[in-house]
Design a protein around this ligand. Structure first.
Ligand code: ADP
Length: 707
């Protein structure tokens, strides 16, 4: 039977092999064994029950907590040719009855339901007589009070299993499970001696950074500037904060959407749809957003505030890069974050036991924000997994290449001013005194007579508050709790005042992720968008970014080569294959690209150590020409050119002059003046034919700082 499973993976999903954990879980389910799968977000848990659903008789019932996720998954499955439906409170009674009738007729392989359905005796009675072979429970940690998403309705699942006329195989799935939660899942869902599969929690394609004490709004603006055209989420702790960030972004010309529980249902749905359909690229949201989002091409997740615990952090950050392409997770830590979280814990009045559990979890994430050890190692250790390398080379601790500047003098001025002000005032007034502001309050309090009044007058006010925030984040200062927090000195500050310790500030620059959207990938993306509007399904349900990226890399122009692209199964090819082939063919002709070498299945894509573009860069550094690299690597010229642009975006040095004809350079610069630099197509359109896309990109890169 497992051989059949492999065939289904290729036929329906277009993937050539199972990922870590999937094979074992599917085998175990097909053998009739209860199964618990603990695998990280994006690792492919759904396939573990979707493939058995195709092979087992009767129906697979999936219990899933969020309505929007359900709709997405069902849309995606039907798009793959797997007959599925869902029943939840978004449907009216007639629709529910129609779907139940069709389920009894055997029209579906998979039925998704929300756990709330189990509260209806009538509905449970109907389920009793359905031929359910497999019961899959998604987000199984929701059954545990110790988890971070406890849902009381999950408790009704175990009694349901007992009531069914025949006990199905039960498979539970989750991405977060500390040992307590794992035990709870087995016990409370009544799993019978389950096989338990825990695959690594590591998300290799994600980078993790913590940035402490920076001006957060400025950071976000710089970051968004460096990541134009890429979808991303900005999480903030409160609704008010979300509104504030969103307004600020609008003012700065970034069309961001927002999502929080204070908005109406309609507003939330509209905002979510706009993000899913790539109509808006930036979503600013509270943690209310995301559990129902299956969008695979989120390229970054910025945490504007520290979340309440590591579980929430990893779950939210994990929404980035589900397609396996690189993604960045950046947490902006500020001195007041800890107070917001403490306040939220206190607000949700709970048992003392629960409270102390929440405080313990909070401390773990505060430590994460301050640790200088590898962040990946820290995360994995938290989830009970060891990570043997000492450094991952892909987090802000390991890639500590920010420049250090000595701010001991500034810190001493600030500490001594706070001391003279009696440690009774907040950050803004302190900064005002240091800057020598002329406010009434300062005069009333007599702070204009202090020796520290105006000792930082050459600094902009914002820079002074930034430094104070950094000193809070680095524990030189602390903020009292309450509505009007005042800033006080810690022991560490006294060591600095006594010249026993220096204060160093890391100057971090936001990195740019590869921007591949300006060529064939861009054209394929536009086609996907057109289809998405026509069919009213999100773009990533048609094809993931990673599938489009493979297409732009291998330029498949016929059926056979198209099937070698990961993510293209029969149904997808039939629906969309020819349209995409047409665009690729046209592009290949326009650019006179030599036919792409066939993609060797799992050759390049399994190259996990050195990324492909870095291999190209090494060869470039050895002085090889583009043609030589193309020949040796058996890749198209366009791919090699893409690699260089990507390397440049990631900060590698490239001498673009080597590739640019000086006459063409002048023409491109003139064209950019005329039509702007945002999109390549309009630039190309006003240039003579012999100026190719690569020249345009090379000129844009070379003059990046001036254009
Ligand atoms: P999870 O539920 O664990 O968060 P999903 O089931 O949503 O993850 O899968 C994440 C992505 O990985 C999806 O785009 C899915 O199509 C893809 N995927 C799943 N299995 C494979 C596989 N064997 N090979 C390639 N991609 C896969």
């Amino acid at each position: 039977m497992f051989h059949e499973a492999q065939k289904m993976l290729e036929k329906y999903f277009g993937y050539s092999s199972f990922r870590k954990g999937q094979e074992e879980a599917i085998k175990s389910i097909l053998e009739g064994q209860d199964t618990l799968c603990i695998m990280p977000t994006g690792s492919g848990k759904s396939v573990c029950y979707q493939i058995p659903a195709l092979l087992l008789p009767g129906i697979t019932l999936v219990i899933s907590p969020l309505i929007s996720l359900m709709k997405d998954q069902v849309d995606a499955l039907n798009n793959l040719g797997i007959a599925s439906t869902f029943i939840n409170s978004s449907l009216n009674q007639t629709e529910i009855e129609n779907r139940i009738a069709a389920t009894f007729k055997g029209n579906y392989n998979i039925l998704y339901i929300a756990p709330e359905r189990l509260e209806s005796e009538r509905f449970k009675a109907l389920l009793k007589n359905l031929p359910i072979s497999l019961l899959a429970i998604d987000e199984a940690h929701c059954v545990s009070q110790w988890g971070h998403d406890f849902r009381p309705t999950y408790i009704s699942i175990a009694p349901l299993i007992k009531e069914l006329s025949r006990r199905p195989v039960v498979a539970a799935f989750t991405a977060t499970a500390t040992p307590d939660v794992k035990q709870d899942i087995v016990k409370l869902l009544d799993l019978e001696t389950p096989d338990i599969y825990v695959t690594g929690f590591d998300r290799e394609n994600l980078s993790f950074s913590v940035v402490r004490g920076t001006n957060k709004l400025n950071f976000v603006i710089d970051y968004l500037d460096a990541h134009k055209n890429q979808p991303g989420i900005i999480y903030a702790a409160t609704r008010k904060e979300v509104d504030r960030i969103c307004d600020y972004l609008h003012k700065k010309g970034f069309p961001a959407g927002k999502y929080h529980a204070g908005m109406s249902d309609i507003e939330r749905v509209q905002s979510q749809e706009a993000f899913i359909f790539d109509n808006i690229l930036v979503m600013v949201a509270t943690n209310a957003f995301g559990m129902g989002i299956d969008k695979s091409n989120v390229r970054y997740v910025l945490h504007f505030n520290m979340p309440k615990n590591m579980e929430s952090y990893y779950q939210e950050a994990g929404r980035c890069g589900r397609d396996g392409e690189p993604g960045e997770c950046v947490l902006l830590y500020g001195g007041t974050d800890i107070h917001i979280q403490k306040f939220l814990i206190e607000q949700t009045a709970q048992s003392p036991e629960r409270k102390s559990c929440e405080y313990k979890k909070l401390q773990a994430i505060v430590d994460f924000c301050h640790t200088s050890q590898c962040l990946r190692k820290y995360i994995l250790k938290y989830f009970g997994e060891s990570y043997t390398p000492n450094s991952c080379d892909n987090c802000s601790s390991c890639n500590d290449d920010g420049e250090l500047s000595d701010i001991t003098i500034e810190a001493q001025k600030i500490f001594s001013c706070i001391k003279r002000m009696g440690e009774r005032f907040g950050i803004n007034l302190t900064a005002g005194v240091l800057r020598g502001a002329n406010s009434q309050k300062i005069h009333q309090l007599g702070f204009n007579k202090l020796s520290t009044y105006g000792i930082m007058k050459e600094y902009p006010l914002r820079e002074i508050t930034d430094i104070i925030n950094l000193l809070v984040a680095e524990d030189y200062l602390y903020m009292t709790e309450g509505q009007y927090p005042v800033v006080k000195l810690t022991k560490k500050a006294f060591s600095v005042l006594n010249n026993e310790e220096k204060v160093l500030k890391k100057v971090q620059k936001p990195k740019q992720i590869a921007n591949t959207d300006l060529s064939l990938f861009d054209l394929l993306r536009s086609l996907r968008k057109e289809i998405s509007v026509k069919e009213n399904v999100p773009p990533y349900i048609i094809f993931h970014d990673s599938t489009l990226q493979e297409m732009s890399k291998y330029c498949p122009t016929d059926r056979k080569s198209m099937f070698r692209i990961s993510g293209i199964g029969e149904a997808k090819f039939q629906k969309y294959g020819l349209q995409f082939i047409e665009v690729i063919k046209k592009y290949v002709e326009e650019h006179r690209i030599t036919p792409a070498p066939q993609k060797e299945i799992s050759a390049e894509s399994n190259d996990t150590r050195t990324p492909s573009h870095a291999v190209t860069y090494e060869m470039y550094e050895q002085g090889k020409t583009l043609e030589q690299i193309t020949g040796e690597r058996k890749l198209t010229l366009i791919t090699i050119q893409e690699h260089l642009v990507r390397c440049w975006n990631e900060g590698y040095e490239i001498d673009w002059s080597k590739f640019i004809n000086p006459e063409h350079e002048v023409l491109v610069l003139q064209a950019v003046k005329e039509v702007g630099r945002e999109r390549l197509r309009p630039i190309k359109d006003v240039l003579p034919d012999e100026v190719d896309y690569f020249t345009i990109r090379a000129v844009l890169c070379k003059h990046q700082d001036k254009l």
